[in-house]
Write a protein that binds this ligand. Structure first.
Ligand SMILES: *Cc1c(COP(=O)(O)O)cnc(C)c1O
Length: 496
């Protein structure tokens, strides 16, 4: 998640309190991470005995926290029944039920679904499904995807090519696909809307840019436009301006291309609605959608690809099955099966992953957790606004934006205002310093860098994404710890 960590920060260590055991893992962090030994709800206990409050659920993944007894029970029951069958041969009960649940969501916009092992695999699957759709419907000249700058769609070569985030791409730039993947501007009004523009004019500029890109590439060569409904990992919970997706979808429809949403982070309840696009009205249900993080809630490695009737029909009327798959998750017979048994609307997938994921979704429904996410989110928002923007808060002059919904909030900082007291971070990034200091205070939050420029070269944001069953008391503790941390780091960084 922390994409743009600087090499200079590598030696610092994430939390330096405990003696670290040697590791045989090539870790993703420049520091050697501490080992978690147990976890319950939103609390995680470490090998050094400390217990942390997790305000981000990993990377907006653990949406009902750890160790929920119903999910644990569902996994145990499934492992006793069927732990694995190969999806090229057999299906399984939890996969069928989970698929039905997903296809029934979204107000009738989805017809079929397929399962994979996570978000990157889901977005790879989306790319291949989009291409297969036009291959089957006899438009083989369609080969181009249009996505956006400052975006993230995964860490495989295909998804790195699709997205555009300079720091994440950098080591792989020469082996990425530069031919079939193209990029237009992000939709980030607070940063990139011109002062003289209205929101409507800004949206029209972005719509025109997309249409111009279609025309430049040849409108009948475009497979689809791909965007995160609310941008997560690259800019920190950035929602679209009003009417944006309606406008972008209209361009796709005009030229017969697909409208594709990546809800790997923003979906499955994160914003307080099951699908993030439900927040924005305008009938913007996509032709293809990816979900993952909140689908398994961390209990299982799982992602899903949802598709509209149009896409399903295109394939059903031709090959009849998805020409894509993985040993652990996916099967080629998906749509064939659906033809024979109209009630079966999915690919088979790993039974344990699907049982866990199904149980997570049932907990969210039965415990009314989307409502709790909205309630606690509103409380979190009011505390953040009230306390960070208070004249008594030394961080107030540096707050650029506080944004989000449900259990997903981004706080973006800006240190360039000439009227604010000067601060310097000695070549480090503020967001990373705050993340590290918070951990010393037994609080897990996420620092993100590179949010403020198209090339990802500057900008600091903090992400808060607590579990949907977070309590008011825990929100209080998160905000207390976060404010204390931010003020402490700032106090040490003032330049006289
Ligand atoms: C996390 C993420 C992915 C990649 O998911 P993984 O499970 O890490 O492979 C893709 N798209 C978005 C928007 C994400 O936030």
């Amino acid at each position: 998640m922390a994409p743009a960590l600087l090499e200079t920060e590598a030696a610092e260590g994430f939390a330096t309190k405990a003696p670290l055991k040697p590791t045989a893992i090539l870790h993703r962090t420049p520091w050697k991470p501490l080992v978690a030994t147990s976890a319950e709800g939103s609390y995680v206990t470490l090998e050094d005995g400390r217990t942390l409050l997790d305000a981000v659920g990993g990377a907006a993944v653990a949406c009902i926290g750890n160790g929920h007894p119903e999910v644990v029970q569902a996994i145990k029951a499934q492992v006793d029944k069927v732990s694995y069958v190969y999806n090229m041969q057999l299906s399984n009960e939890p996969a069928e039920e989970l698929a039905r649940l997903l296809v029934n969501s979204g107000g009738g916009g989805f017809e079929l679904c397929g399962f994979v092992s996570g978000g990157s695999e889901a977005m790879e699957g989306v790319i291949k499904l989009g291409r297969q759709y036009y291959y089957e419907t006899k438009q083989p000249q369609r080969k181009n995807f249009i996505a956006r700058q400052l975006s993230f769609h995964g860490n495989t070569l295909g998804t790195l090519s699709l997205a555009f985030h300079k720091a994440r791409r950098a080591p792989y730039e020469t082996i990425l696909d530069h031919e079939n993947f193209h990029h237009v501007s992000p939709a980030y009004a607070k940063r990139f809307k011109k002062p003289e523009e209205t929101e409507e004019q800004y949206v029209e500029r972005l719509r025109q840019e997309l249409e111009d890109k279609f025309l430049e590439l040849g409108p009948d060569t475009v497979i689809g436009f791909v965007a995160e409904t609310v941008v997560g990992a690259t800019t920190g919970v950035v929602p679209p301006p009003k009417g944006y997706f309606k406008a972008m979808k209209s361009v796709c429809e005009k030229y017969g291309a697909l409208f594709i949403l990546d809800e790997v982070m923003s979906g499955m309840g994160r914003l307080g609605t099951l699908h993030a696009w439900e927040q924005f009205g305008d009938n913007i249900c996509p032709d293809i959608q990816a979900v993952a993080k909140g689908l398994g809630g961390g209990y299982a490695s799982i992602g899903a690809i949802l598709m509209s009737k149009k896409v399903a029909d295109g394939i059903r009327d031709s090959a009849g099955f998805w020409k894509h798959g993985h040993t652990y998750q996916v099967c080629h017979q998906l749509i064939q099966t659906a033809l024979v048994h109209p009630l079966i609307a999915t690919q088979q997938a790993h039974p344990l992953a699907c049982a866990a994921s199904l149980a997570v979704q049932k907990v969210i429904a039965n415990e009314n957790l989307l409502a709790n996410a909205r309630t606690q989110g509103a409380y979190l928002s009011s505390l953040l606004h009230e306390r960070l923007l208070s004249p008594n808060c030394i961080a107030a002059p540096y707050i650029f934006d506080i944004r989000g919904a449900g259990c997903w909030w981004g706080i973006e900082f800006d240190f360039e205002s000439p009227s604010a007291p000067k601060v310097g971070f000695k070549g480090k990034s503020f967001a990373v310093l705050v993340q590290q200091r918070a951990l010393d205070k037994d609080l897990i939050i996420m620092g993100m860098t590179g949010t403020a420029a198209l090339d990802g070269s500057k900008g600091d944001a903090i992400l808060l994404s607590p579990a949907y069953n977070i309590t008011k008391e825990q929100i209080d503790r998160i905000v207390d710890g976060f404010l204390e941390t931010v003020e402490e780091v700032l106090r040490e960084s003032f330049i006289q």
